[in-house]
Design a protein around this ligand. Structure first.
Ligand SMILES: O=P(O)(O)OC[C@H]1O[C@H](O[C@H]2O[C@H](CO)[C@@H](O)[C@H](O)[C@H]2O)[C@H](O)[C@@H](O)[C@@H]1O
Ligand code: UDP
Length: 459
């Protein structure tokens, strides 16, 4: 059997918990198959420190982790600059936040070449290589230029914007051309595939060879949607572990007379947290029965703090939460509990189960695994209600959630009120359907379907 080689910017020990959907999902997928997981070590070498030449290898159960360090200059231009200052905002439809500083692209190319060079030394002839996310779009092109003939697949965890928006990136053509060095390109949702298809037909004169195959730039690739899932059984086991039960008991005890709403996100502008908090304020304003009762716990895990837009959103959110607590808080009740820390993954199921309403309202999101975790954590006999943005990739699958437009603050407040008032019978009915769907399309299904399609692509 071929060995699976996974490549992603972020690498995490799959036996330990991680914040961030990609690390969680890849850990779950690799735990199934074993293999090699290659990427950045998370360490930055400051000027004057020496850079090791070979990747560092570490055994983690059935998985070998192979990581490389990055120099400060490479980290800043490749990770903070081009990946998170250009690609992340544009791919999340935020042209206004993109920083098209010409300097970043050189670092992005350099790190992709460095990854390719280091990875080449570890490859076996029959390996199957699976590259992940926007940090590494040109990796296959670099590997091919170095003589790599193995099958290579790519999965984009974030949305692909419409062609006109993509075209705002000065290197858009180079990026899409680079995707054709892969045998298979996977997206989270059908909308993303449509955007890819429109781009390559209109901007690159691609020939469409059957439903999913495209020929352009002298190469053929297959493009399809593979919505990522969670490991439902593992998450349910986590829900019954000691830490989750303790968290659940504490929350239920503290909020026994109150209704609890939960949001769990990285503090990213794509997650729509300020819009959500405004919708919660609207709820308190228009439905006074929720005052002194409904409490929003918002976990906002720190992320990419040296990128300006992330510092701005933190300030905005802190101001908003403070204002709502000032306006509506009582001596014995604060409407918003805002926690700017990463909460250990083992605590997440207990928090979700204790909450009457799960708020997942990104302005744009590739998938959003928290939406699926919220469903998996519920008590099937008395489940909470998921309020989900129509702009999360998860909305294509989770139609029985209460779907909202997060820009419509008043409409979102109405949906929250509907969730708080929903009768038990309707909650159970919706939850059963949602649970069946996340079970059917879980993380194992995602991995199998992608790798089976990759095995056939290019035949
Ligand atoms: O590695 P970081 O810079 O700390 O960021 C964490 C991850 O964020 C993004 O996650 C995406 O992948 C999830 C799983 O497919 C998906 O549910 C979510 O919608 C995406 O935002 C990013 O794409 C990853 O590369 C980061 O590791
Ligand atoms: O404080 C936190 C915040 C998030 N997460 C986990 O990080 C992942 C976030 O994935 P998602 O796809 O929702 O969004 P991303 O952060 O990858 O954009 C989920 O598994 C969360 O349970 C966590 O363990 N602790």
């Amino acid at each position: 059997m071929s060995r699976l080689v996974v490549v992603s910017n972020r690498v995490a020990d799959p036996r330990k918990s991680a914040a961030g959907g990609l690390a969680v999902a890849l850990g779950d997928a690799l735990n199934d198959t074993g293999g090699l997981w290659f990427g950045w070590s998370g360490r930055i070498i400051e000027p004057g420190q020496s850079e090791g030449s070979a990747p560092q290898l570490q055994r983690a159960g059935r998985v070998t982790l192979a990581t490389v360090d990055l120099s400060r200059e490479d980290h800043d231009s490749y990770y903070l600059g081009y990946s998170n200052g250009v690609l992340w905002p544009v791919f999340h439809y935020r042209l206004d936040l993109a920083d098209f500083d010409a300097g970043y692209i050189a670092g992005y190319r350099r790190v992709n070449r460095l990854f390719a060079q280091k990875l080449m030394t570890l490859l076996h002839p029959d390996d199957v290589i699976w590259v992940h996310d926007y940090h590494l779009i040109p990796l296959a092109a670099e590997l091919r230029a170095m003589g790599c003939t193995q099958r290579i697949g790519f999965f984009l965890h974030i949305p692909l914007p419409p062609p006109q928006m993509l075209a705002a990136i000065p290197q858009h053509e180079w990026l899409i051309r680079a995707l054709f060095a892969y045998d298979l390109v996977g997206f989270q949702s059908e909308v993303d595939v449509q955007h890819f298809s429109r781009y390559v037909r209109n901007e690159a004169d691609a020939q469409v060879l059957g439903e999913d195959r495209y020929r352009a730039f002298g190469r053929t690739t297959v493009a399809q949607a593979f919505p990522i899932g969670i490991d439902v059984d593992e998450f349910m086991r986590l829900s019954h572990a000691r830490e989750a039960c303790e968290t659940y008991d504490t929350m239920r005890e503290q909020y026994s007379r109150r209704r609890l709403l939960i949001g769990v996100d990285r503090l990213d502008y794509s997650k729509g947290i300020p819009h959500r908090v405004r919708a919660f304020r609207e709820l308190l304003k228009h439905y006074p029965e929720n005052r002194n009762s409904a409490t929003l716990i918002q976990i906002a895990s720190p992320t990419r703090e040296s990128v300006d837009a992330y510092a701005d959103i933190r300030q905005e959110l802190e101001g908003l939460c403070g204002a709502i607590n000032g306006d509506y808080g009582e001596l014995d009740w604060m409407p918003v509990r805002y926690i700017h820390r990463t909460v250990a993954r083992k605590r997440i199921p207990g928090l979700c189960r204790a909450a009457d309403v799960g708020l997942v309202t990104p302005l744009r999101d590739g998938m959003n695994l928290v939406a699926k975790e919220y469903i998996a954590a519920q008590n099937p006999e008395d489940p909470g209600v998921l309020v989900l943005s129509r702009f999360a990739g998860a909305a294509e699958q989770l139609k029985e959630a209460l779907l909202v437009n997060p820009y419509d603050v008043h409409g979102t407040a109405e949906a929250i009120q509907q969730a708080l008032r929903m009768p038990l019978e309707e909650r159970v009915r919706r939850h059963q359907k949602l649970l069946a769907r996340i079970r059917e399309h879980d993380v194992h299904w995602w991995r199998r379907r992608f790798l089976d399609t990759l095995a056939q692509a290019g035949d």
